[in-house]
Ligand binder design. Structure first.
Ligand code: TXA
Ligand code: MG
Length: 324
């Protein structure tokens, strides 16, 4: 049996477990992560096993700060500027991997790049306590919605995780924004909790968009991700009595749904991001046959919300891949 323990009282136990190569679910400001010592190969392999994650899909290494990150990734002027402005925070930088680093090979899935993030809160403190980066994907089975509550982790992974640190609901509720910085270019690999507009304002130029090439994009983005069990329909303006409705603001919808939740009555995208995964999970567990979602504005955090909803609506194909 694993234990769910308050994040503050469980800190020492979490450090001891990570040192012993065990898996600990840890809250971050984005979503809960499934953490292991990023320098311990067998511990990192256990993450892949617990999630049922394909071995070509690399993990994010969470660090205690820029100094630690510089030991593993080759920063250029852009990446250093972004780290200084947005860390600790919901930004992951994919950088050339420094040779001879002691990072366990499965963290990078054998790529010559490494994804680095200095998160807010307990995850960074664990990294500082260990003196090494902490490898952590979202703490869900591969293809499932990311967890924003400790109970989501328990329900999805159960005994596959040795300890769950409970920090309450994650502040942002959406995974980090991922950019690749190399050869003087900045390329967006995944929209997330840091709006692209904020990145571009800081850089003073537009970031490049992904190329649809799995070798250069975040490999995980090609998989069917964020898929509830029930079919999801976007931009709904009417519902049937078999639908659960996920609404936003005060838009009107024809018909009477069997269940109804509002991402944000006030039309606030930050609140909507915070509620997105928890509400999708609740509607997925309702008596409805399908989930209808109202339109969400596409600016700011709306871009990342719409990305996750598009993936949820696509569901899983027979091949387990998401056609983009
Ligand atoms: O907010 C987050 O990012 C959360 C918390 C726990 O930090 N983590 C998270 O991890 O969402 P995960 O594994 O669910 O998503 C990480 C994504 C995957 O799509 C993976 O393919 C991509 O990052 N990635 C990791 N290393 C990469 C690399 N070297 N090059 C390109 N993409 C990479
Ligand atoms: Mg994930």
């Amino acid at each position: 049996m694993n234990t769910i323990i308050n994040v503050l009282s469980g800190f020492d136990q979490a450090i001891a477990m990570l040192r012993n190569g065990r898996l600990v679910a840890v809250p971050t400001e984005t979503v809960y992560g499934l953490a292991a010592d990023a320098t311990n190969t067998s511990a990192v392999n256990r993450i892949y096993e617990a999630k049922g994650r394909p071995d070509f899909n690399p993990l994010i290494a969470h660090v205690a700060g820029l100094d630690m990150a510089e030991k593993y990734g080759a920063f250029d002027d852009h990446s250093r500027q972004l780290a200084m402005e947005f860390w600790p925070g919901p930004l992951t930088l994919v950088l050339p991997l420094k040779p001879q680093s002691n990072i366990a090979k499965p963290v990078t899935a054998g790529l010559e790049t490494i994804a680095l993030r200095h998160p807010r809160g307990i995850m960074a403190k664990l990294s500082a306590g260990l003196g090494t980066p902490v490898a952590a994907p979202s703490a869900n089975s591969s293809g499932h919605l990311s967890p924003t509550l400790a109970t989501h982790v328990q329900a999805d992974l159960g005994d596959k995780v040795d300890l769950i640190l409970d920090g309450g609901p994650c502040e942002l509720g959406l995974e980090s924004t991922i950019v690749r910085c190399s050869d003087g270019q900045v390329t967006l690999l995944r929209e997330g909790g840091l709006p692209v507009e904020d990145l571009e304002k800081s850089l003073g130029f537009a970031v490049q968009r992904g190329t649809n090439n799995p070798k250069v994009e975040a490999p995980g983005m090609l998989l069917a991700h964020y898929a509830p069990r029930k079919p999801v329909r976007l931009n709904a303006t009417s519902v049937s009595s078999e639908d659960a409705l996920l609404s936003f603001g005060h838009q009107s919808t024809e018909g009477q749904p069997v269940a109804h939740l509002n991402l944000s009555e006030n039309g606030d995208l930050t609140e909507a991001a915070h509620n997105l995964f928890a509400m999708l999970k609740m509607l997925d567990e309702s008596g409805a046959v399908s989930i209808a979602v109202q339109a969400i504005p596409h600016h700011g955090l709306g871009a990342a919300i719409n990305d996750r909803l598009r993936r949820a609506a696509h569901g899983r194909t027979g091949k387990g891949e998401l056609a983009r």
